[in-house]
Design a protein around this ligand. Structure first.
Ligand code: DC
Length: 226
């Protein structure tokens, strides 16, 4: 039997990260934050001052980067041995990641790195194309979204809590721009897999989203563990 995968795709700020991490913990499964792979590449490129029009050089950096993920109580990412966790969430890293993620050559190089996360007993994979391209045979697929104003509002709150200055209308614009780029690109655009469970989390709590996914798909796995 193949290793089970639960894919959670959707636009930025829909709550995929929190929901995926909690579900992985509940199920005792591994967790893939595919966005952090694109974000790590963005950090590597900015560090090495690579010209973002130079596709050959971008692909070389993508092939050479060594990533380590630690998913204990804290989620830690190391790029070539250096802890880059604190930089991952920066807005310019997210938008650079979205720009380079539109390159088919980059997606090709990063495909296997993502598929290698499929390890027993199971995987929760969070991203834009998890259910459509990276794990098309996944048994459980979710498309999680929310209105752009709610997503911007959540991001605003997160940044404020971290003491980072933010501007709500600027964040809304950035989110809409990123949605457009991630949905309109030709290779592996953000789109809902045909068999996915659609959840609009605009007026839902994280716990309600989690309950909906578990009730639909995964009660058997939870009861097997008890
Ligand atoms: O999920 P995130 O915000 O960390 O992702 C950052 C960017 O990376 C996102 O705007 C588009 C890109 N990305 C992608 O193209 N495919 C994925 N599976 C995950 C992220």
């Amino acid at each position: 039997m193949s290793i089970p995968v639960l894919t959670i795709d959707g636009p930025s700020g829909a709550g995929k990260g929190t929901v995926s991490r909690l579900l992985a913990k509940k199920l005792g499964w591994h967790y893939l934050d595919s966005g952090s792979i694109y974000r790590s590449l963005a950090i590597a490129l900015l560090k090495q001052a690579v010209d973002l029009d130079n596709v050959t050089e971008i692909v070389n950096v993508a092939q050479a980067m060594v990533l380590e993920f630690e998913c204990g109580d804290d989620f830690i990412v190391k790029l070539n041995g250096e802890d880059i966790t604190a930089q991952l969430g920066l807005e310019n890293i997210g938008s650079t990641a979205s720009i380079i993620a539109a390159l088919p050559e980059v997606r090709r190089v990063l495909l296997k790195k993502q598929q290698d996360f499929r390890q027993a007993p199971g995987l929760v994979a969070d991203g834009r194309d998890m259910g459509t391209v990276v794990f098309p045979d996944a048994e459980y697929k979710v498309f999680l979204t929310a209105s752009s104003s709610k997503r911007a509002g959540r991001r605003y709150k997160q940044l404020k809590e971290k003491g980072i200055d933010a501007n709500l209308s600027g964040l809304t614009k950035e989110i809409e721009e990123r949605d457009r780029r991630d949905s309109e690109r030709t290779t592996a655009p953000l789109s809902m897999a045909s068999s996915a469970l659609f959840i609009d989390s605009s007026d839902m709590t994280i716990d309600t989203v989690i309950d909906e996914v578990l009730n639909k798909f995964l009660m058997d796995f939870i009861s097997m563990q008890h």
